[in-house]
Design a protein around this ligand. Structure first.
Ligand code: SAH
Length: 224
């Protein structure tokens, strides 16, 4: 495996540190105020999680295609979800929907250990390679239908879904530790998606709707 040299990591022009700093300044203006999230996003090379042809757009305020009909969430969404994850200082975090691996990377810099599931092999393999090149050692990836969770590693302090469900899979709710938090986009009966925080208190699950969002759907099965 080829390691990255300094230039590739820090980027030039539209992928430079200055471009990244401007993105982070916009995130702060838009209300993201957790310094650890802003620092991680200022440091980490989002452009390496896109095809080369799209890398120059990596720091725009938009979601971008990563192939197979999937998207890398816009920076604000990644920041907001990371901030929500960090709010409870979790040690063990399960992510459903590795996608490009960028949200996984940011999480890996903020919490001690991350487990991340993806159902599309090609995306998972690319994410694995990127994370390895960036020497991320506290993330475990698995190709599977994330609706089943990762029972062998449960319970988790926090579970984060980066794809939208209309109902949360029982397996995920069961793998949330007592006192744990699940963050997910959930679709209501009118087809509107809401970022939702679910807190587990024993056998009781408390749902709190946060803001309107737009995510790709949580789908079943694995694409090999
Ligand atoms: N966090 C990602 C966002 C990717 S979009 C990033 O930063 O790039 C959502 C991802 O969820 C897609 O890659 C999609 O394939 C994946 N996904 C959808 N349903 C899934 C399921 N049941 N299990 C695992 N991954 C799923």
């Amino acid at each position: 495996m080829r390691c990255l040299d300094r230039g590739e990591l820090s980027g030039i022009g539209m992928t430079s540190q200055r471009t990244r700093d401007r993105m982070v300044a916009r995130l702060a203006e838009a209300g993201i105020d957790e310094p650890r999230v802003l620092e991680a996003m200022a440091r980490e090379p989002r452009h390496l999680f896109l095809d080369e042809a799209l890398a120059h757009r990596a720091y725009e305020d938009s979601s971008l295609p990563i192939g197979h009909g999937q998207t890398l969430s816009q920076p604000w969404m990644v920041a907001r979800m990371s901030e929500l994850v960090l709010a409870t200082e979790p040690e063990r975090v399960l992510e459903i929907g590795t996608g490009s691996g960028y949200q996984t990377l940011i999480l890996s810099r903020l919490v001690p250990a991350v487990w991340s599931l993806e159902r599309i092999r090609v995306l998972q393999e690319r994410a694995r390679m990127r994370l390895a090149r960036l020497r991320v050692h506290n993330v475990r990836l698995r190709l599977t239908d994330g609706g089943h969770g990762w029972p062998q590693a449960a319970p988790f302090d926090t579970i984060l879904l980066t794809a939208c469900a209309s109902e949360l899979p029982d397996a995920l709710l069961a793998q949330l530790g007592d006192g744990g938090t699940l963050i997910a986009p959930i679709e209501d009966d009118d087809g509107e998606q809401w970022l939702t925080r679910v807190e587990r208190h024993g056998e009781r699950y408390e749902y709190q709707r946060l803001e309107r969002v737009r995510f790709v759907p949580l789908l079943e099965g694995v694409i090999r």
